[in-house]
Write a protein that binds this ligand. Sequence first.
Ligand code: THU
Length: 131
Amino acid sequence: MSKPVQQQLVDAALAIRNQAYAPYSKFLVGAAVLTDDGTIITGTNVENASYGLTICAERVAAAAAVAAGHRKIKAVAVATSGGASPCGACRQFLAEFGGAMDVLLVDADKPDKIKTMSLAELLPEQFHLEN
Ligand code: THU
């Protein structure tokens, strides 16, 4: 991924974070996925009064990408206060669309410091259904 594209992905995650619906936790999360044809698609966390129904930003972004016809994700940027990394469920969900994708952790308070990891590092021994 080139530096300009990486920056676009980070900027998209930071921008969409402002749309997060998180009235309960107040923890705003923005996610942006980069598909194999270079499209960037975003998502935020969406909470619910029935707390367990909350959807994480990463899954919203990945699901939106799939709904738009994409099947392969090359990278994901996640923007939070503190630069949190994706939860376990999101790691597995993302693995469906690219087990080795880059994961860019963005601290919204220090957006110039980006931590880049691979999903394989974050989730070794991923589950894939073999037919
Ligand atoms: N959250 C995400 O959006 N992504 C994660 O990977 C972990 C947590 C959201 C869910 C909830 O709205 C808030 O962060 C606090 O858990």
